[in-house]
Design a protein around this ligand. Structure first.
Ligand SMILES: [Zn+2]
Length: 196
């Protein structure tokens, strides 16, 4: 494994990252950065990671994990629980997969997707990885490739109760915001105080 990748995936929280070799075909355009990323003698003590290397590595990673070998690598990591479990109580520690909320770099950090409740959460380990390293489609492509791994949706659901009685829907609704109060807030602020 090239030294930079070894260093990068060894950082805290990077257990999310696939450590395997990537198919670099088509990325020769990024030759200079690739030379840094794939530099076999990369020295962590003089590391100058501009962020561009990370982005390039992330793009390669996002493409790799949807390849045949990548899906297999991610399956091993999923089954080992590398991506953590769903924090939702009724999901009973269902294992999760990493997902991005955007395919564009720099929009948000990686989230975890629970295939049982089909919702997304902040990972407990809070890895500072860009969500684009995994992309918005990854978990869905993963279960299309491996449908036998798809879990059942949760059977139980939380029911709000008061002294044992189920709360009426109307008691759970937030207070309706009044237009008058919004106008009041607006009128007390000078328009120049808002950035353009
Ligand atoms: Zn869940």
């Amino acid at each position: 494994m090239p030294a930079w990748i070894g260093w990068f995936v060894g950082m805290i929280g990077n257990e999310f990252v696939c450590r395997d070799k990537f198919n670099l075909t088509g990325l020769e355009y990024f030759k200079e950065t690739l030379d840094v990323v794939l530099e076999p003698l990369f020295d962590r003590s003089v590391a100058r990671v501009s962020g561009y290397e990370e982005k390039l590595y992330g793009m390669i990673h996002a493409r790799y994990i949807v390849s045949e070998r990548g899906v297999e690598d991610m399956r091993l990591k999923y089954e080992r629980g590398d991506f953590g479990s769903c924090p939702r109580f009724y999901c009973k520690d269902q294992k999760t997969l990493p997902v991005g909320l955007s395919d564009k770099w720099g929009h948000s950090t990686v989230k975890i997707y629970c295939p049982s409740c089909r919702d997304v959460f902040r990972p407990r380990s809070r890895p500072k990885l860009d969500g684009a390293m995994f992309g918005t489609s990854f978990p869905h492509l993963f279960f299309m490739e491996l449908p036998m791994l798809k879990p059942q949706p949760p059977v139980e659901k939380y029911v709000p109760r008061l002294h044992g009685f189920r709360l009426h829907e109307s008691a759970l609704k937030p207070l309706e915001s009044s237009e008058t109060s919004t106008e009041d807030i607006g009128s007390t602020s000078s328009p120049s105080s808002f950035p353009n």
